[in-house]
Ligand binder design. Sequence first.
Ligand code: F6P
Length: 546
Amino acid sequence: MSGTPALDELPAYAALREHAAALRGLTLADLFDADPARGGTLRAQAAGIYLDYAKQRVTPETVELLVRLAEEAGVPERIEAMFAGERINVSEDRAVLHVALRAPRGERIESDGEDVVPQVHEVLDRMAAFSERVRSGAWTGATGRPIRNVVNIGIGGSHLGPEMATLALASFTRRDMRLRFVSNVDGSDFAEKTQDLDPAETLFVIVSKTFTTLETLTNAGTARDWVVAALGEGAVARHFVAVSTNAERVGAFGIDTENMFGFWDWVGGRYSMDSAVGLSVMLAIGPEGFGELLGGFRAMDEHLRGAPLAENLPVLLGLLSVWNTTLLGLRTVAVLPYAAELSRFAAYLQQLEMESNGKHVMLDGTPVRWATGPVLWGEPGTNGQHAFYQLMHQGTEVVPAEFIGFTEPLHPLGRHHDLLMANMFAQAEALAFGRDEVALRAAGSDEAQVAHRVCLGDRPSSTILVDGTLTPAALGKLVALYEHRVLTEGVLWGIDSFDQWGVELGKVLAGTLADEIEGDGAPDLAHDSSTNELVRRYRAARGRTV
Ligand code: F6P
């Protein structure tokens, strides 16, 4: 890591800049004209996932240069360093071992000389035993009633993954068990998510790696009051379990550490959905389903380690992302799953990508000289088509897209799935090739509308087509695909993809402001004049002295 030249010092980077300049002015239509068979070559497949990147603004030469860039930047070495438990999270001086969370029993993955795989399986076994007890009704609430509602309280990495996965795998969940997710410190979140629940049948899973997060501790305190008000203090042990790395704070909060499921500081929050953080997912889909999910992650891990760079799906996705973001200056990416169940997939990826790679300094703390993490956003298709795709087709901003689809439906209803996939393929085609005036006139378009109806095309996209349907295994593969893409990007950009210092400042300021907002007597405000006025106005509105 140290000693690796920066991105703009790599020979392949200079070659790529020249190459990008040479490609400028060539549209996707030109690239297809020059190489009509590129749809059959600019693609890769592994582990039941087909990646088509022929509609990216690349040629085979681009891919060759990008692969060279990955080699020069040391991507293969960094992948191995991760698996070897090296402290690749440099600024926090931590190993990055989420891959150990899905390692099979018997495999050896070390952190500081200790094999962590047995610990992982010890926790998985405890999670499985607990989940079986809850699901079978053997674990009851304080009044002896079985658990019907599970409320996950957590935020960021302790929320987005479990919620995304529970929704994605709805077809595999116990339909008689309601899963709810409370994350926001806004009291409405807790109130709305619990308003129809009976405390006697409700289990709270408090998920916080640090067990210090304001939102989670506030919601957990409210949840405890809610349970105690209905069932008495003695009910807490039957209605609360915790997922954390911090046993001391879990105990101090009042949750029996017997009912705590641990993980480790080598698991980053946004890389933790397959750790004990996924307890609510396991409660929903059962230990077997969770095992299949882990199997999917593992398949992608094995592919990452085993496949040559030019055929390596996560590496290719990472390279394409660096190509678009840094070399072509396209600064956002839309993730568009054509699967209604993936309604929270983009939100999940947003944290994964933007908390990981939204960085402005390199590993040694010096400023980067290139654009890093793109703004990631998205919504499932076809809904997005009737909302923001207009800008993607005709706006002045070029938004690279990533389409995700499945060859089989989860619910084989009439023509639905064929129509869904027809729309996905159509959108990628329309974005790439657009519609020109000639075609419009030939189709008899009203002359006054011709200019308005032109779609310029040349909007790049990749399509990820998954064999079969959205199973736990398929979801595991997809998540690991993106985890490793983020790693690849981070290595190329030369940044630490595993810290998140940028979120600290707002937390510190919020602490000060909470005191000033809540305190008795007019606070002595020393912020900027804008913030001071906002605090005064708010205090006045709440009837407090200003
Ligand atoms: O937003 C910052 C962050 O630290 C995320 O990285 C993390 O996923 C989230 O807060 C929640 O943290 P915790 O699990 O410690 O409550």
